[in-house]
Design a protein around this ligand. Structure first.
Ligand code: NAI
Length: 499
């Protein structure tokens, strides 16, 4: 079998396969779904374009989707997050390095932005496209694959891709420029490429807070071209992956990048949502004194009651040894902030996009010097500026401001990702199999809106992970269930319950 793919080195496949084998044991949710759906093959006919960090855990997800009948093409949703051995193992599959027989993957660690958008295009470009066998599902993390299809279709309808913004324009970024260049090139060679792809997509399942935010924006503008399932807001995703996953992978990233002792340091965590809560807890667990910044009074109060000092970033610039952004917002740590930090303060982001930290502004400081300590760890030497009261000092920047748990380490561990990816798999099955389902009045079950999975499925995902942890679950008696007015088999909580 020949197929196209692009990974760093296929000879890493054996190492990747060993890691995948161990991960499978730690991913009971995904393995249970493989068993449950082995005979019925609910994803037969699904052609899934996947854009999500190409890690060992994602390899287990990909092979679960194919075990359920899907065809898959995969790219990473971040230039630094691929584990090359996992990518190689997925390509080789049950074949050999000489004759790979797995899944087309387009991902390697340390892609350029041009590479990144090329890989995103590859997962949406299928060999059978001309015969109507293009992608019919998207599995997204952060929304870039979805954005490519939507913007592509929008610009095709307009008849042109807008001119690139220039430095100084509000929407200028190098990323956006490369994105527009990619669209321009693809539309030039295939004028209706993106509208044709959009028409074939049955739905998208979105992994993360930032991607979900983009989907709700599209839906509110009436621009969403296909139904979407918000996987992030399954309780068994955001209250687990975003919190407990970060609690594990943030220190992992910090340690692998710098090996600085966290105990005794002052760590500033910007944002106290799900990710911020996991980050703050992890740093406190290592003995750091943690300071939180927040814009939301509810989350600020939570942080205070959890025992953290809550302050404005400006107030604590000179105190922090470690600064971590977790907001999913832009412009959180700016160059002027970094100018006021201590010598060798560590700055990293764990939110989805790199625009939380103003790297461009840092690079514009006159006389600033960037030294590579090792890949994804850079020392920025900021010169003294007497007029502005700045002393010469260094900032240690992790993963160039991109999510450091995946850039400097290997992301969340398998067990927590089993929860997230069980939700992903169930969401793919929902949208793919119910795409055309209508009720008695002829209304589609899934319109071009954003949905979350029903609570009973969320509870199912949790249930799939209890045995592995030796959890004994108490069963409701019939009388208790009647008293609470719920079913013995669940769902156990009303929709508005917050956990
Ligand atoms: P969230 O919405 O629960 O939390 C973000 C918090 O930041 C909110 O409480 C918000 O009020 C606060 N915030 C916004 N602007 C702020 C500012 N200027 N200063 C201080 N606080 C501010 O979102 P969640 O789920 O915690 O996700 C955060 C980001 O992390 C998203 O981009 C998400 O996609 C990403 N993420 C990354 C993961 C990883 O493995 N690196 C895993 C899961 C999510």
């Amino acid at each position: 079998m020949t197929f196209d793919y692009k990974v760093a080195d296929l000879s890493l496949a054996e190492a990747g396969r060993h890691q995948i084998r161990l991960a499978e044991h730690e991913m009971p949710g995904l393995m249970a779904l493989r068993r449950e759906f082995a005979d019925t093959q609910p994803l037969a006919g699904a052609r899934i374009a996947g854009s999500l960090h190409m890690t060992v855990q994602t390899a287990v997800l990909i092979e679960t989707l194919t075990a359920l009948g899907a065809e898959v093409r995969w790219a990473s949703c971040n230039i630094f997050s691929t584990q090359d051995e996992a990518a190689a193992a997925v390509v080789v599959g049950k074949g050999t390095v000489e004759e790979p027989a797995g899944v087309p993957v387009f991902a390697w660690k340390n892609e350029s932005l041009e590479d990144y958008w090329w890989t995103a295009t590859q997962i949406l470009t299928w060999p059978g496209q001309a015969e109507g066998l293009g992608p019919n599902m998207i599995l997204d993390d952060g929304g870039d694959a979805t954005m490519l299809v939507h913007k592509g279709a929008e610009f095709e309808a307009l008849g042109a891709v807008p001119a690139n913004p220039q430095e100084g324009d509000a929407d200028y970024s190098h990323e956006y420029t490369v994105f527009l260049d990619t669209l321009r090139a693809t539309i030039e060679s295939e004028p209706q490429k993106w509208s044709a792809i959009a028409a074939g997509i049955r739905g998208v399942t979105e992994e993360t807070t930032t991607g979900v935010h983009r989907l709700y924006q599209l839906a509110a503008q009436g621009k969403l071209l296909f139904p979407a399932i918000n996987v992030n807001d399954s309780v068994t995703k955001s209250k687990f992956d975003n919190k407990y996953g970060i609690r594990h992978s943030l220190p992992d990233g910090l340690n692998r990048a710098t090996d600085v002792l966290i105990g005794g340091k002052v760590a500033v965590v910007c944002g106290y949502g799900d990710v911020g809560k996991g980050a703050a807890e992890a740093l406190r667990g290592q003995g750091a004194r943690v300071i939180v910044t927040e814009i939301d009074p509810i989350c600020a109060l939570q942080a205070a009651m959890d025992g953290y000092q809550v302050a404005k970033l400006e107030t604590v610039l000179g105190q922090g040894d470690i600064f971590i952004t977790t907001t999913g917002n832009k412009d959180v740590i700016m160059a002027r902030h970094m100018a006021g930090m201590k010598h060798q303060a560590i700055v990293g982001n764990i939110g989805h996009f790199d625009n939380e930290i103003d790297i461009a502004g840092l690079a514009r400081i006159p006389g600033v010097e960037k030294i590579e300590i090792k890949p994804q760890v850079h020392e920025w030497v900021v010169p003294a500026n007497e007029a502005e009261g700045v002393e010469k000092h260094s900032i240690i920047m992790l993963s160039e401001g991109r999510l450091l748990n995946l850039g400097n380490a290997t992301g969340h561990p398998s067990f927590v990702m089993s929860n997230s990816f069980a939700n992903q798999t169930i969401a793919q099955i929902e949208l793919f199999t119910k795409f055309e389902k209508e009720d008695a009045e002829g209304n589609r079950e899934y319109e071009n809106e954003v949905y979350v999975l029903p609570k009973i499925l969320d509870e199912k995902v949790a249930r799939l992970h209890l045995d592995a942890l030796g959890v004994e679950l108490t069963e409701l008696t019939k009388g208790q269930a009647e008293y609470l007015d719920i079913d013995v088999a669940g769902p156990y909580k009303p929709e508005q319950y917050r956990y």
